[in-house]
Design a protein around this ligand. Structure first.
Ligand code: ZN
Ligand code: ZN
Length: 272
């Protein structure tokens, strides 16, 4: 792996219902890889529709916090472990999230779209009987809706996540095809002082690109965006810091001199 990217700021453990990996295993793997720090970003997706596999994206925040604090202490001489969360944003949840997060001192908050108007694009029903283009547009529109009512996050997660699941994946997808709406999202995020993430999950989904794709990351930079976190979205130890060598090249290629990690909700800029 590239030694330049030493922070993985998007990962899950068994506190997220789609992972069964104990936190300790994620930490130990991160130490083996020589990472300087990691941020756990467990899922919280209230009002998630029933899934065929019975997933429940609630989160026991007090238990999560207690466990994380213990592990921060245990591993303090080897690695920094930070306390984050990945919120599944939906418009009607904004008041709930504001009050919930006012009570909990997270280091880092990712706001993500996992649902589009109540549907999860992970399941094929979302695309059934509709052109893929309109499904992707609806996903991007839902991002604009979410950020029009909620600003309690630090970065917007995996902005083009929907293309992982489309019938054609990213074969018909490009920044240029969705330029207007993607520009609107990026400009709004920059105006709000928010960042984006480079999520290397796209590489292990076989897209050959991170999420969002390189052209969107480049455009964010061109528009003046400076806050970018790096995360592999690992749910198992083998995916920690996945394709970080490629991520470092992408950042450099897009004109970034720094990447960002968050502590107590404040950005720290680390030289590439
Ligand atoms: Zn996510
Ligand atoms: Zn995630």
């Amino acid at each position: 792996m590239n030694r330049q990217l030493l922070w993985d700021c998007h990962m899950h453990s068994s506190f997220s219902s789609d992972s069964s990996t104990p936190m300790e295993n994620m930490i130990q793997r991160s130490i083996e890889l020589g990472l300087k720090g990691i941020t756990f970003t467990e899922h919280l997706d209230p009002d998630y529709p029933a899934t065929p596999d019975g997933l429940d994206f609630s989160l026991d925040i007090p238990a999560y916090r207690e466990k994380l604090q213990k592990l921060q202490d245990t591993y303090r001489d080897q690695i920094q472990v930070r306390f984050g969360i990945e919120l599944g944003l939906q418009m009607h949840l904004s008041d709930y999230f504001y009050s919930l997060l006012a009570e909990t001192p997270f280091d880092f908050i990712i706001g993500s779209s996992h649902l589009v108007h109540g549907y999860d694009p992970y399941y094929p029903e979302f695309f059934e009987g509709r052109k893929e283009f309109y499904c992707y547009m609806e996903y991007f529109e839902s991002i604009l809706e979410n950020i029009s009512v909620y600003d309690g996050f630090d970065v917007y997660g995996h902005i083009d996540y929907v293309v992982r699941y489309g019938p054609e994946k990213n074969r018909q997808y490009s920044y240029g095809r969705y330029k207007d709406i993607l520009d609107e999202i990026l400009k709004r995020l920059i105006f709000m002082g928010k960042g984006i993430e480079l999520n290397t999950g796209g590489y292990h989904y076989g897209l050959g690109e991170p999420n969002p794709c390189v052209a969107v990351i480049r455009r964010y930079r061109e528009l003046g965006g400076e806050i970018i976190t790096i995360g592999a979205d690992a749910h198992t130890p083998d995916k920690v810091a996945y394709a970080f060598d490629r991520a470092a090249c992408v950042l450099e290629d897009c004109g970034f001199l720094y990447y960002t990690v968050f502590k107590n909700r404040h950005p720290e800029f680390i030289s590439l």
